[in-house]
Design a protein around this ligand. Structure first.
Ligand SMILES: O=C(O)CCC(=O)C(=O)O
Length: 361
């Protein structure tokens, strides 16, 4: 009898283990529509160490985090804390393989120039504008949903809109711009220079906003696994906390007529953290955090990433009022913002701040 009981318990345990494995496989594999049974476990809790199985009352009490439905991803309190404390965080397994595949097809139409992106909105973020396409290292397509409206409201937009709202619950957040970035394989110079995003954008004064409101969540969806080797995002944790802009200068030449990118140097002893993420996962960064990425040393692996930035609705409306749309073809741009920021004064002069170190970017 006792042996029979042991066998029954073992069978039950095997069944539970089988169900868990099936759910995890389903989560990681292609699926555009996770079933009801996957909803609660469709999250990073499956990445955690295998502790003893929770009881059913424990399961009921457990908050559902992660991908809880077709169109919602709930952040854990720790992820929210990481974003606000460090200025950057990584969020695993946000899109399914099938969802990434759909987006990837459109992404590649841009990459292969089957969807036309005019003038400076199609550029290399690491090289001067006059570089021939064959020699580009970081292919940048600005505003893909503007140039291909069918892409609007895709699942990545839907999920990140709700995540941005979770990060700034008291502010009405709205999408500001989007961007496709590709680091070609074997391009050591595919370096995205160190910068703070706010340096590229008009500040509250230039936008005639009474309150200094800038809160931004910039998402980057990995279309390819993003690793140290192919030049994943890197950042200086906590560098956003003071909310001050460092003196940025154009990366090429004396003005932005030569190239779009701005650059700064790191300060001595600043700690740099890498933010590798797997396909379908995200990084999110803040508007003041110092960040960039290094070259692609992989012979075979490109790095494609899909950026969407959310900002307060009042900010986006004010940007549009002054004619700033994040298009590199805008007349209103870095050279012409009137926001009294020192970092934009003497933009043609290569200011070297005392104590700065040149770290190869
Ligand atoms: O992903 C990268 O390499 C850098 C992107 C970036 O700097 C940005 O989106 O602000």
């Amino acid at each position: 009898m006792r042996t029979f009981q042991v066998v029954v318990i073992q069978l039950l345990l095997a069944l539970v283990t089988f169900q868990c494995t099936t759910t995890m496989t389903y989560t990681a594999a292609s699926s555009a529509s996770p079933s009801q049974s996957c909803q609660i476990s469709y999250n990073h809790s499956s990445n955690q160490s295998n502790k003893s199985s929770p009881s059913s009352s424990q399961l009921k009490k457990k908050k559902p985090y992660g991908r809880i439905s077709n169109n919602e991803y709930i952040l854990t309190p720790q992820q929210i804390k990481d974003f606000h404390t460090n200025g950057c965080c990584t969020i695993p397994n946000v899109l399914t393989e099938a969802e990434v595949c759909v987006i990837e097809q459109t992404f590649d139409l841009f990459l292969n120039r089957q969807i036309h992106v005019p003038d400076k909105d199609f550029c290399d973020m690491s090289k001067p504008f006059d570089t021939p396409f064959e020699q580009w290292s970081i292919i940048n397509c600005m505003l893909p949903t503007k140039y291909h409206p069918k892409l609007q409201n895709n699942i990545y937009e839907v999920l990140t809109k709700s995540i941005a709202q979770q990060l700034h619950p008291s502010i009405k957040m709205t999408k500001d711009y989007d961007q496709f970035l590709t680091k070609r394989c074997n391009k050591q110079d595919a370096i995205f220079s160190w910068h703070q995003d706010m340096a590229y954008w008009p500040g509250s004064k230039a936008l005639s906003l009474e309150k200094d409101v800038t809160s931004t969540c910039t998402f980057s969806l990995a279309i390819d696994d993003s690793t140290e080797e192919n030049g994943c995002l890197r950042y200086v944790p906590e560098s956003h906390l003071q909310r001050t802009l460092r003196p940025h200068v154009p990366l090429h030449g004396d003005s932005r007529d030569d190239g779009h990118a701005l650059t700064i140097n790191l300060l001595p002893n600043e700690i740099v953290k890498l933010a590798p993420v797997s396909r379908g996962s995200l990084t999110i960064h803040n508007e003041y955090v110092v960040h960039g990425s290094s070259g692609n040393t992989s012979r075979t692996k490109q790095r494609r990433t899909y950026v969407i930035a959310y900002r307060p609705k009042v900010v986006v409306e004010a940007e549009r009022t002054i004619g700033f749309t994040h298009s590199h073809n805008d007349d209103v741009n870095w050279d012409s913002f009137d926001d009294g920021e020192d970092h934009r004064m003497n933009s043609g002069l290569q200011t070297k701040v005392e104590g700065e170190v040149d770290n190869g970017t």
